[in-house]
Ligand binder design. Structure first.
Ligand SMILES: *Cc1c(COP(=O)(O)O)cnc(C)c1O
Length: 396
């Protein structure tokens, strides 16, 4: 750490690149600074920090009636998804998994590890699961008790239609669980407008904290009914909650510094105008970045309608001089870390819109991409005709 930045959206620390990745992401200097102190996990000060964090998160979900509870859980986001599925789905339950990318498929894989029944709707990389498909699957199989949906499928950047999925689920008397890992804090998941039993997110996505824990926000009555469901000692959400109610403490060593950083991240989030303010900045980031990239000839995987303000997938250019690993290195030299693609069929890369960055930084990202292409001798970033044909075919 060489210099302290006062300019809110200046380069994070001298020499440190911006992370255009969907978490870990670029954090504010004050978030990093909040970690320069040690906390005793049993101490009253830290217990108050945990309590305050949980109260703020429940408020972010829009709960004004005191019907929801937040339970933090150590580990990365996937640990929390596993904790959610293992705790909220009874052992004799059955889950309809809605997948359109890597994270939906990971939820299905988690169910397989848990040894609990599930059915998978896999829409591939391009298309969201729609309410008529959910309705048909639920009508066809009365054994299904729960639906799990991915809010923003981070592998492509697609924003899934959670409201219509929720309606279809509850119209058929089933329960919805939501992986809102990469959306919560920037895209509304208000319990007053979208019905669900529990959702999961983590510290290092749209709240802009550092990695180390995730959290479940659940209807308290549903959480109470989870006792004894879990397959795992450490991932038992009910047990974690019961212990917190009793002692104010996490069951096992909490990531104390990460919690301290997260509280500072929550303070900044509120100062920015909460979910609406954060979402608006990310949408501007996306619009500036996508507009500039399109001018260079790049094309997005998705139609505008499904483009999230979280992360955007671009096809790799068809030009024979384009090599992704070279492009990555050239972008890194200019201060920007981009993200390889996660598509199954065509070559792609991703650019994140989240983290401590604004539209001015996004203009610099586009300039860096233009320069990198020039240095590679690539005069247009247009994708191969085959990628466009594949997109048209699959989206039809
Ligand atoms: C980030 C993310 C996860 C969790 O990934 P980890 O690498 O375990 O943190 C899960 N689901 C979605 C949609 C995500 O974006």
């Amino acid at each position: 750490m060489s210099i302290v930045q006062s300019d809110a959206f200046a380069d994070p620390v001298m020499g440190e690149p911006f992370l255009l990745t969907p978490g870990p992401l670029t954090t504010a200097y004050s978030v990093k600074q909040a970690m320069l102190r040690d906390w005793g996990s049993w101490d009253g000060d830290f217990r108050a920090m945990t309590r305050s964090m949980c109260e703020q998160l429940v408020a972010l979900a829009g709960d004004t009636k005191g019907e929801f509870t937040c339970v933090p859980m150590q580990g990365s986001g996937s640990f929390c998804v596993e904790a959610l599925l293992g705790s909220f789905v009874p052992r004799d339950g059955k889950v309809l998994v809605l997948a359109n990318g890597a994270y939906g498929l990971r939820a299905a894989e988690t169910m397989r590890y848990l040894g609990r029944a599930f059915t998978l709707i896999d829409k591939g990389d391009y298309m969201p699961p729609r309410s008529d498909e959910v309705a048909a699957a639920l009508d066809a199989d009365p054994a299904i008790t729960h639906v799990i949906a991915i809010h923003c499928e981070t592998s492509s950047g697609i924003l899934n239609p959670i409201a219509e999925i929720s309606e279809a689920t509850y119209a058929r008397g089933r329960k919805l669980l939501v992986d809102s890992m990469s959306a919560f804090g920037a895209i509304d998941l208000d319990v007053n407008t979208i019905r669900y039993e529990a959702m999961v997110s983590s510290a290092n996505k749209c709240i802009e904290g550092v990695p180390g824990f995730g959290f479940v926000i659940a209807r308290t009555s549903e959480l109470e009914a989870c006792k004894g469901n879990s397959h795992s000692l450490v991932l038992d959400v009910h047990a974690q909650w019961a212990n917190m109610v009793k002692t104010g403490q996490w069951r096992y060593t909490p990531p104390t510094h990460v919690v301290a950083a997260f509280l500072e991240a929550l303070r900044i989030h509120a100062a920015e105008g909460g979910v609406a303010g954060r979402g608006a900045r990310y949408a501007r980031n996306r619009d500036v970045m996508v507009g500039g990239m399109r001018e260079l000839g790049f094309e997005t995987l998705l139609k505008d309608r499904w483009l999230s303000p979280i992360i955007v997938t671009f096809f790799c250019p068809a030009h024979p001089n384009f090599v992704f690993t070279d492009f990555y290195e050239l972008m890194k030299q200019k201060g920007f870390i981009i993200y390889p693609g996660k598509l199954t069929v065509v070559e792609s890369f991703r650019v994140g819109c989240i983290g401590r960055m604004d539209e001015h930084i996004m203009h610099r990202v586009v300039d860096a991409a233009a320069q990198s292409l020039a240095e590679m001798g690539v005069d247009t970033a247009a994708p191969p005709a085959a990628a466009i044909a594949e997109r048209a075919r699959l989206a039809a």
